[in-house]
Design a protein around this ligand. Structure first.
Ligand SMILES: [Zn+2]
Length: 333
């Protein structure tokens, strides 16, 4: 499909970012009900359409390495842009044949701000695919509660908001980790999070040592594992984290046998713990961009050591490609 879409400047008298042509014969905007189609972009025409002052400001942002966390979103791209006047999260995409932005500097629509232009140019360099029918972030239906909280946030001064956030971080370890990660203050060399998680997994693993444990201890240990792994995985991904998640999965696989044996008195289904642990493992394999062979190797080792079907290979089909078949066969033996 990508190859069939011609590119070039859409003939138009309107000066503006009208830079994609969405069909060989039609100059009308792509109909809304059409499935999103990747379009090629005439980068030179895009550059020419941007007012000089905006282009210069965008070049300064890019030159200072201000564009970070570029990622596809809603058929367009978004990034976090650090400028002299603050930090902004612009989104830019093609809506109705026009480059359209939604940036928290206040620019919304087809007047592009420097943050959005810097994001677009960085995305072009990175070869990011743009959809011909993107959805701006504000257009996606949010949960009513989410909208309600956003409304409340907008009524607070930056200082009130900052104090609320910092106080919440003091009470909630997961939130604190997410806050530090979003702010770019956690790096992959920092061992503190790993150390805490390792200690917590060892602690959980001891739930059944000795002869006086009860099934409720096993349930509590399972919830502790799931909580610790969630906090751990809010950090930037590392292979050491993946090793720890595997350790937690093995501890839980062992425990889940006790839960199944005592199913008539338990309050926790084994899946309540299994799912978050395996999801975290899958997610980390993806975030670390491991190749199928390495994932295959790790899963084969886990499947061999899990005796209660904690690892479901089908969950990994998207990451394994042709390797999927070899493991599922092996696991049946
Ligand atoms: Zn902006």
């Amino acid at each position: 499909m990508y190859g069939n879409v011609p590119y070039g400047r859409t003939p138009t008298a309107r000066p503006g970012p009208f830079l994609v042509r969405l069909g060989a014969t039609s100059r009308r905007p792509w109909p809304v009900e059409c499935p999103p189609v990747a379009v090629r972009i005439d980068v030179d025409a895009f550059r020419e359409s941007v007012p000089t002052t905006v282009a210069e400001a965008a070049a300064r942002l890019m030159g200072a390495g201000g564009v970070a966390e570029l990622e596809p979103a809603g058929g367009g791209v978004q990034a976090v842009v650090h400028g002299r006047d603050g930090v902004f999260q612009p989104w830019i995409g093609i809506v109705g044949g026009l480059f359209t932005t939604d940036c928290d500097c206040g620019t919304v629509g087809d007047d592009l701000c420097a943050h959005a232009v810097a994001t677009a140019l960085t995305a072009f360099d990175a070869g990011t695919v743009f959809s011909g029918a993107a959805t701006p972030p504000g257009a996606a239906p949010a949960e009513p509660e989410h909208a309600h909280y956003l409304h409340a946030v907008r009524r607070l001064s930056p200082r009130q908001l900052a104090n609320l956030v910092a106080e919440h971080a003091l009470r909630d370890r997961l939130f604190a980790t997410q806050l530090l990660a979003e702010a770019g203050l956690l790096d992959t060399t920092d061992q503190t999070g790993l150390h805490d998680a390792r200690a917590a997994i060892r602690d959980a693993a001891n739930a059944t040592t000795g002869s006086r444990w009860q099934i409720s201890d096993v349930e509590a240990a399972g919830h502790q594992l799931a909580t610790e792994i969630e906090i751990l995985c809010a950090r930037p991904a590392t292979t050491a984290m993946l090793d720890l998640v595997e350790e937690a999965i093995l501890v839980w696989d062992d425990f889940s046998g006790h839960l199944r044996d005592a199913y008539h008195i338990t309050r926790t289904e084994p899946e309540e713990i299994t799912e978050p642990l395996v999801d975290a493992h899958h997610d980390l394999c993806e975030r670390l961009d491991l190749d199928a062979e390495e994932i295959d190797h790790r899963l084969t080792r886990l499947v061999e050591r899990c005796h209660h079907d904690t690892i479901d290979i089908d969950t990994y089909t998207d990451l394994l490609g042709e390797h999927a078949r070899t493991i599922s066969h092996a696991s049946r033996w």
